[in-house]
Design a protein around this ligand. Sequence first.
Ligand SMILES: Cc1cc2nc3c(=O)[nH]c(=O)nc-3n(C[C@H](O)[C@H](O)[C@H](O)COP(=O)(O)O)c2cc1C
Length: 195
Amino acid sequence: MKLLILFASPRPRGNTAQLLEKITEVFDESVEITRFDLYGMDLKSCIACRRCQKVTDSFHCVHDDDMQEIFDAALESDLILFATPIYSFYCTPPMKIVMDRLVYGMCKYYGETMGPSLWAGKTIALLSTFGYPEEKASDLLVEGLRRYAKHNKLNFLGAYGERQRSYKEPFMNAEVEKRARAFAEKLMAYDDNLN
Ligand SMILES: Cc1cc2nc3c(=O)[nH]c(=O)nc-3n(C[C@H](O)[C@H](O)[C@H](O)COP(=O)(O)O)c2cc1C
């Protein structure tokens, strides 16, 4: 299984990174990982020029930045894991940039004639961390990604997140680790878990 991880925390050893580390420890050799740390990349915002829509069989964009690498890796992958802290009830800015660039770059729905979704059939999943109770923290992003998947003709495998309860206690503990490991198992069996 080819797994693409899009990691979008500005903190390389923060909560999301710690969770991701526990998850990747579980993977066996059947999982081939490509990871991008979005905060270190040159990623420009979509400017809605719709030049991407003039080329219907591949990615095309007026920006000359690192997005082409992500686009190629997404097309190569089976499963894409969006890993982000929750910021202002949604994902962090570079994750949003990537989501915008992917939906227009991949889906040729917005030109003169209706075209395809180039990444139709791929599977996506969400890993998030947050400070508020889960139902008031990641709920909007989970719903947003579910809708994003449908619109892009992707499968939505599901979401897993953990709350940082206090700055005084460590984020990672045995219970969190157990849940992270269970999510890793779900990712490895991604094609059994699709409905
Ligand atoms: C600018 C900013 C905005 C945040 N907004 C939210 C929010 O809307 N909801 C929430 O539950 N937590 C929010 N948080 C808390 C983070 O999501 C939480 O601390 C997360 O675990 C940080 O992940 P990291 O250590 O991987 O960067 C926010 C944190 C920052 C810095």
